[in-house]
Design a protein around this ligand. Structure first.
Ligand code: UDP
Length: 458
């Protein structure tokens, strides 16, 4: 992969920016991409990070990395993500404050203009305020699901969170086309923690100096208009970030490049790429249904089976007996893939995804139609938008029988319905391509972000 060359870099502006990524793959990738974009606009970049899931500085020799302690016990699990994030937002306050104060003293020559932190690091607003440093928030998901989180108090008041099974198919009239079953739930030991966390994220985002989105105007026009009404702070839609510059890897796991040679030997648009991102976990039974559904679909597939994909087994789940014999050369399995390259490969014709926002955006950028199998949180809202609003995928609707899987794969990969979806996503792909070019909506938004940051007193 090509690295960031001098030719990509505008003149230096003599200012530094501090980034503070949340230590999860789907949050690290867009934040480091954004850091690269702003580096190319002349800013010096400092990345504050904790030990857990820390990025590899060797892939970013042009950045300064600054490590702070996270105060976490070694064996703390991320299985309860809300609890984990709550802990981080408590334990990191002092180390972050200390680190920031030190950096402000050290970077006198290229003064620090502001911090750019993940929205989930809500505690950073209070710290930034206390030292009078502007904080800009990066929300690494889509705008539409942000509205759903913003509506939590209302949805709660209306009783949607208590809805019984018989009501799950009903529409949420306040937020079409969402159904009750699409509400972003996250399993956690104390459900109140989820509501408290969402309220904090919203309040501290509103209190910030601006909000950045890895999305683009043409994709989320209505949601963006609504956002501007409810969040009267500067808002920047600069996405898709990964299309500005040659990629630098921020992968926490080693990407198995061997699948690219396997793809090279496959027919155009014939391969279904199957990946559920870095966190989603399925049951053992779902794993078996997926395996047999893939086997009986007769479609070539590339499947990411990462350690921990199957719930409560931290390691690699064994494939069922007879599976490999049945699929032979038609299937290829890796622990972790170079996803953007896979999606961009001409042989890839479909993407069975959990609809994490990065995966969804990467799929759109390469014009690959989707099968939607969201797992938790924002993924459920994104999946509903993919299938019902943008019409670029088929929703599995939360049931995973092998017969249904086989049928859905055929609908997407071999039938007229799949062809229509392909045409729709290819026209979105075109819009995604244009918006980051000179004069495009994201390109202009980036220019106004740069001007805005340069307007901060240092
Ligand atoms: N990814 C990857 N290899 C894989 C699967 C995923 O490099 O085998 C990358 C993918 O390109 C995306 C990120 O991991 O940038 C996953 O982010 P996403 O928001 O889709 O999901 P999350 O992991 O946060 O649930």
């Amino acid at each position: 992969m090509e690295s960031l060359r001098e030719s990509h870099i505008h003149h230096r502006v003599g200012r530094s920016l501090i980034f503070f990524p949340l230590p999860f793959q789907g949050h690290i990738n867009p934040m480091l991409q954004l850091a690269n974009i702003l580096y190319s606009r002349g800013f010096s970049i400092i990345i504050i990070h904790i030990h857990f899931n820390s990025p590899n500085p060797q892939n970013y020799p042009h950045f300064t990395f600054y490590s702070i302690p996270d105060g976490l016990e070694h064996d703390v699990s991320t299985a309860d993500i809300i609890y984990f994030v709550k802990l981080l937002n408590i334990e990191c306050v002092e180390p972050f404050r200390d680190g920031l104060s030190r950096l402000l003293l050290d970077f006198k020559e290229e003064p620090i203009s502001c911090i750019i932190t993940d929205a989930v690091w809500h505690f950073t607003q209070v710290v930034a305020d206390s030292i009078k440093l502007p904080r800009i928030v990066l929300r690494t998901s889509d705008i539409s699901s942000f509205h759903v989180f913003a509506a939590f108090p209302l949805l709660r008041e209306k009783g949607y969170f208590r809805a019984k099974d018989s009501k799950l198919e009903e529409s949420i009239i306040e937020i079409p086309p969402l159904k009750v079953k699409d509400l972003p739930d996250v399993k956690t030991q104390d459900p109140e923690d989820l509501h408290r966390y969402v309220a904090k994220l919203m309040d501290e985002s509103k209190a910030s100096s601006g909000l950045i989105w890895n999305s683009f105007e043409e994709l989320e026009q209505d949601s963006l208009t609504r956002l501007c009404q409810h969040f009267p702070i500067p808002i920047f839609t600069l996405g898709p970030f990964h299309k500005y510059l040659p990629a630098s890897s921020s992968s926490l796991l080693t990407q198995d490049q061997s699948c690219i040679s396997w793809l090279d030997a496959q027919a155009p648009n014939s391969v279904l790429y199957v990946s559920f991102g870095s966190l989603a976990a399925i049951t053992k039974n779902e794993f078996l249904e997926i395996a047999w559904g893939l086997a009986s679909s007769n479609q070539p597939f590339l499947w990411v089976v990462r350690p921990g994909l199957v719930q409560s087994s931290g390691c690699l789940e064994p494939l069922p007996n007879g599976f490999l014999e049945m699929v032979g050369e038609r299937g290829y399995i890796v622990k972790w893939a170079p996803q953007q390259e896979v999606l961009a490969h001409p042989a890839t014709g479909g993407f069975w995804t959990h609809n994490g926002w990065n995966s969804t955006l990467e799929g759109i950028c390469e014009g690959v139609p989707m099968i939607c199998q969201p797992s938790f949180g924002d993924q459920k809202v994104i999946a509903r938008y993919v299938s019902d609003v943008w019409k670029i995928g088929i929703h599995l609707d939360y049931t995973l029988g092998r017969g249904k899987i086989e049928r859905t794969i055929k609908r997407l990969m071999a039938e007229a319905e799949g062809q229509r979806i392909r045409e729709t996503i290819m026209s979105l792909q075109e819009k995604a391509k244009l918006c980051v070019r000179q004069g495009g909506s994201s390109y202009r938004s980036l220019a106004s972000l740069v001007d805005y940051i340069l307007s901060f007193k240092t």
